[in-house]
Design a protein around this ligand. Structure first.
Ligand SMILES: *[C@@H]1O[C@H](CO)[C@@H](O)[C@H](O)[C@H]1NC(C)=O
Ligand SMILES: *[C@@H]1O[C@H](CO)[C@@H](O)[C@H](O)[C@H]1NC(C)=O
Ligand SMILES: *[C@@H]1O[C@H](CO)[C@@H](O)[C@H](O)[C@H]1NC(C)=O
Length: 409
């Protein structure tokens, strides 16, 4: 599988290099790539974590990935100490890569492939033996000050402990070291809030350029999409938008409106789209999408729709906007967590291309994406998808796939 992908990759790379060369010759390069040229392939794939084989960890779950402002890749996951369940004690596991898995190109026709190298796992938070320990989480990059912030919850399910707390750790040295956990519940209140899972954003465009926006969900009767905001690089946080479940603060029935885990993306017009898990299959077995027009302060019901193309088994999915194209990953199946699929939209999510890329046919769960925004053509060609992948169960491993967006040409 991996060898085949690499072999295909190397043939395609030659074509793509010629095309990029042409592109460079034709325009004096402010050379952005034409979205219609998108034809992704899985270029390389590496397993980052394998459940059940590493020391004190029983199961790795809930993968996150981000680029730092300096261009390093950071991958995170929960290292669940004693079982596969969401509760229980955990480590916050991290691996770091500074080389993006670059190809070294000797010549256009004979590229030399070098795999990405990753640091060993470090545990940046250890919750000891908490009965309902830490849950990931959202990673946010603040480009303006060059920091990386991770927000997670403890005691989210309110099993055996009260109250729930929202916690934050931060790195200002490219992910090498992390602050001790800071409790931001004093600012936000102690309602259960599980960020993401995925990434938060720093607004690039107005309204509220520079603001950090992290969206997540509540729990049980008080479920819904909730966003927290910071206008001072993460020093202080306050509660922003809420899209509440119906009936709110009451027990749910099958098919009640119960918006759950979510991923937000900023669109080029400065609006924010939140792509949401539809927990109780209200209206469809598909994704709920809701838009914020005020930088995450509100999620008006007028801006909500159901995306019937994005068939979903109720799971945390990935969304990413890059160079005007919206990407989406999930296990594309109404019933089961299988068939991890990449889709893309050149119409800001109004429609999706008919072609899709199947990343993994078998069991696959949560996924998240990142990409490096830079002026380099090399960086414009790739996105990275981190996801839960297995043969019998989706929680067997956590894998990262490097996708070449123009690999088919
Ligand atoms: C976090 O702060 C809140 C509010 O001040 C408090 O109720 C909670 O116990 C704190 N959590 C932890 C783990 O210290
Ligand atoms: C996988 O997803 C593709 C794209 O949506 C779909 O055509 C196919 O039927 C799916 N297969 C399974 C087994 O779910
Ligand atoms: C994509 O599928 C839709 C619905 O089946 C169809 O109307 C449309 O023509 C297709 N587009 C392309 C480019 O094949």
């Amino acid at each position: 599988m991996k060898n085949e992908a690499s072999r295909r990759g190397s043939n395609m790379e030659a074509g793509s290099a010629v095309w990029l060369l042409l592109c460079a010759l034709l325009s004096v390069c402010a050379c952005t790539i034409d979205p219609n040229q998108i034809d992704p392939i899985v270029y390389e794939e590496q397993l980052l974590w394998v459940s059940g084989v590493q020391g004190e960890v029983n199961t790795f779950r809930i993968p996150l990935i981000t680029f730092t402002p300096k261009g390093s890749l950071l991958a995170f996951a929960e290292g669940r100490k004693s079982g596969a369940g969401d509760g229980g004690a955990k480590f916050l596991a991290m691996r770091r890569s500074t080389d993006k898995g670059r190809w070294t190109t000797r010549s256009v026709t004979q590229p030399v492939h070098q795999r990405a190298t990753w640091s060993p796992t470090s545990f940046i938070v250890d919750d000891g033996w908490m009965p309902d320990g830490l849950n990931l989480g959202s990673v946010v990059v603040d480009e303006e000050v060059g920091s990386v912030i991770l927000i997670y919850s403890i005691c989210f399910h309110l099993d055996f402990c009260q109250p729930s707390s929202t916690m934050m750790v931060e790195s200002t040295d490219d992910g090498l070291s992390w602050t001790v956990p800071r409790n931001i519940s004093a600012q936000l209140g102690s309602q259960s809030f599980a960020p993401g899972p995925g990434y938060g954003i720093q607004k690039r465009y107005n309204p509220a350029k520079g603001r950090l926006v992290v969206c997540g969900h509540g729990t049980l009767e008080r479920n819904g999409v909730f966003c927290i905001l910071s206008n001072d690089h993460g020093r202080t946080w306050y509660n922003g938008a809420a899209l509440k479940s119906i009936p709110f603060n009451q027990k749910k029935k099958a098919q009640d409106f119960d918006p759950d885990e979510n991923q937000l993306v900023e669109m080029p017009d400065g609006s924010i789209i939140v792509n949401v898990r539809n927990q109780n299959n209200y209206h469809c077995r598909c994704r709920v999408v809701v838009r914020s027009l005020d930088g995450g302060e509100s999620l008006p019901i007028d801006e909500l729709y159901f995306d019937y193309t994005l068939v979903d088994p109720a799971v945390a999915a990935g969304a990413l906007q890059k160079d005007g194209v919206l990407y989406f990953t999930n296990p594309a199946n109404e019933q089961h967590r299988i068939n991890l699929t990449l889709r893309w939209s050149v119409t800001h999510g109004n429609s999706w291309e008919n072609k899709t890329v199947q990343i993994w046919l078998g069991p696959s769960g949560y996924s998240s994406m990142t990409s490096l925004n830079s002026d380099s053509l090399e960086d414009q060609k790739y996105i990275f998808v981190i996801y839960e992948k297995g043969h019998k169960d989706y929680d067997e491993t956590i894998s990262v796939a490097k996708i070449h967006l123009y690999g088919g040409r």
